[in-house]
Design a protein around this ligand. Structure first.
Ligand SMILES: Nc1ncnc2c1ncn2[C@@H]1O[C@H](COP(=O)(O)OP(=O)(O)OP(=O)(O)O)[C@@H](O)[C@H]1O
Length: 247
């Protein structure tokens, strides 16, 4: 992939549930190595956006491209470059860590040998290698999340979607996860779209996309969004942006 190709490009994306508009002409780009935080109050359209990027729903209008592959025309190539961690855990609790990961690797067509190499690499990266033969049921919430992130990375995606992955984690587990994701962006050039309500998870170098009532209200680096709102904190900028149009 050339440097100029964004990991995710969304153009003129709209979606409605019957008469209810959920997304209205949404557009943004996420470059390689960029960690983009998606902020929005309840009902802003975050889950709808994720459902369209993962192709759970088809977008009737607009265009989504993942690593240069148009999702509608070239969906296999586009989805092959996508990793996802859903809000609800999706591991099989009665399989071991390694079995869960092997299953995912085989779905992505990795050879057994390549799968074993990558499983070891991802588990080591998160300090989980010695837990590989334990059943997922025996792991705590933070460790389960680590396995889910390892699984989402096995096929080396260009873009990782994270849907509030830190919900329910204790403070040390959250911090470990946030640090790990930022490190992946820096060291591997992984691009991330991360939906969260937790403003303290945002890093200095992250970019922000603020969604409200189905429209992008602001996007840019943390500094640009703060300057645009004349705000000192992300929290203050967020409240200004999402108070507009209320009532
Ligand atoms: N299945 C559905 N049928 C009808 N309306 C829906 C459906 N799912 C979502 N909506 C509506 O679409 C809009 C966007 O919802 P969405 O769930 O995408 O927002 P969200 O930002 O993910 O919210 P939350 O933070 O609460 O998960 C809301 O007005 C919501 O009520």
């Amino acid at each position: 992939m050339s440097v100029a190709v964004p990991a995710l490009e969304v153009e003129h994306l709209s979606f409605a549930y019957g008469p209810r508009k959920a997304l209205d002409d949404v557009g943004f780009r996420i470059g390689q190595g960029e960690c983009a935080i998606l902020l929005g109050p309840n009902g802003a359209g975050k889950s709808t956006l994720f459902s369209l990027v993962t192709r759970l729903y088809d977008a009737p209008s607009g265009q989504i491209s993942i690593a240069g592959h148009a999702l509608r025309k070239d969906s296999c190539a586009a989805l092959a470059r996508l990793g996802v961690v859903f809000q609800q855990p999706t591991l099989d609790l009665d399989l071991s860590v390694a079995q869960n990961l092997r299953y995912h690797a085989s779905l992505h067509g990795l050879s057994r040998k390549e799968a074993e190499l990558r499983i070891r690499e991802e588990l080591e990266r998160q300090g989980m290698e010695e837990r590989r033969d334990e059943k997922v049921r025996q792991l705590n919430g933070g460790h389960r999340r680590r396995v889910e992130i390892a699984r989402a990375l096995l096929h080396r995606p260009a873009l990782l979607l994270l849907d509030e992955p830190s919900v329910g984690l204790d403070v040390p587990s959250r911090k470990a996860m946030v640090d790990h994701i930022h490190e992946l962006c820096r060291s591997r050039g992984l691009a991330v779209l991360w939906a969260t309500h937790l403003i303290d998870e945002i890093g200095q170098d992250d970019s922000l996309i603020v969604l409200h009532k189905g429209r992008v209200r602001a996007q840019g680096t943390v500094r640009e969004v703060l300057a645009g709102q004349g705000a000192e904190t992300v929290s203050a900028a967020f409240h200004r942006l999402t108070a507009e149009g209320e009532g």
